[in-house]
Design a protein around this ligand. Structure first.
Ligand code: SAM
Length: 332
């Protein structure tokens, strides 16, 4: 696991932590430092921009970790597709995929640009009692993966490519580090039910879902309207419409699509998920909002919200089913 790295200083192969060129990777709290790049680059003149989640930290997971950890079937299937060998979890964040896959005995090199997110992953891995000896964590930039060519057996890069202004650079580098026959595994939710008219949900659940979605829209729109009109700040978006499939199909030899049907019913509250994350500036499109302005605007929107909907509305729940997952496996 420690032998596949590329020295950030001389570019030669290195067995962590030390290179023949005298570079020594700093190591603390389970993380090897393999880049000095900033947590995020937003400078309009920069060639490539990206959003690391250093400021987002705990606010990222909201209720989503909880929901994902229920999705045992999804991780069983993904673990089967990965099979043996070493997985690169690129932009691993706080371990949404890393921790459940470690539970399945997968050996993982986990990389992220954010120290904060890596520290959250480490805490989660420790607290869930997974085998940490199967995990190597590095702070690294996905735009320049510090692994040698043809080194890992599989790779995932979940929910990250949209945060980079030139995601094709990352996909090319993933291709480079995969062994011949190695797999780049992409995952995408495919909702199969409409939670506003699903016949299996009760009248009360359907009403609550409608109210929940309306309130999400209200808070989101008011927040970004005020930012735009009064502070001239827009939501940050880089490559939301990036055509991953076309780029991957041109690069990789083969692809296979697998649908994992999910049936678990899930319920979460407006306050514990959406509001928790928005309040913590946990959505990537909030990343350009300075904290002081965020607090002023968020508090103002919440006052308007409470006036319109009342305190009890915060407890409104959303009920639905876990989304089916579409997995595309690209093979080198
Ligand atoms: C939306 S989170 C996804 C985390 C995790 N993969 C998941 O599915 O929950 C995006 C992650 O990408 C990381 N990231 C953004 N730009 C990056 C870069 N250039 N190199 C490495 N990680 C990056 C962020 O720090 C963040 O942890």
């Amino acid at each position: 696991m420690y032998n596949f790295f590329r020295c950030p200083k001389c570019g030669n192969s290195i067995s962590l932590p030390a290179c023949a060129c005298e570079f020594i990777a700093q190591y603390s709290d389970g993380v090897y430092q393999l880049t000095n790049d900033p947590y995020m680059v937003k400078d309009e003149n920069a060639d490539v921009k990206y959003i690391g989640y250093e400021d987002i930290g705990e606010a990222y997971s909201g209720g989503s970790i909880f929901r994902a950890l229920k999705a045992d079937e999804k991780f069983n299937q993904i673990a089967k597709i990965i099979g043996n060998g070493i997985l690169l979890d690129l932009a691993c964040g706080d371990g949404l995929y890393t921790v459940p896959l470690l539970k399945h005995g997968i050996k993982i090199i986990a990389m992220d640009i954010s120290d904060k997110m890596l520290s959250l992953l480490y805490k989660r891995a420790e607290s869930t009692g997974v085998d940490i000896s199967s995990l190597v964590m590095c702070r690294a930039n996905a735009l320049n993966i510090p692994l040698t060519d043809n080194s890992v057996d599989s790779a995932i890069a979940n929910s990250m490519l949209h945060l980079i202004s030139k995601p094709e650079i990352v996909v090319n580098d993933i291709y480079r580090v995969l062994k011949k026959g190695g797999k780049f595994i992409t995952m995408q939710d495919k909702p199969t039910t409409n939670t506003l008219n699903d016949k299996t949900l009760s009248e009360i659940e359907l009403e609550d879902n409608k109210k929940h979605d309306e309130m999400v829209n209200f808070v989101h729109h008011r927040y970004f309207d005020i930012l735009k009109n009064e502070y001239n700040i827009m939501g940050t978006r880089y490559s939301w419409k990036f055509d991953r499939e076309t780029i991957c199909k041109n690069l990789f030899n083969t692809s296979e699509t697998i649908i994992i049907p999910m049936t678990n019913k899930v319920q979460y509250s407006f306050n514990d998920t959406f509001i928790y994350r928005m309040k913590g500036k946990g959505f990537s499109d909030q990343s350009d909002v300075p904290f002081d302005i965020h607090h002023i605007v968020f508090d103002r929107v919440m006052l308007e919200f409470l006036e319109k909907y009342g305190d009890d509305a915060l407890n409104t729940t959303h009920t639905g089913y876990e989304n089916d997952v579409e997995i595309i496996v690209y093979e080198k």
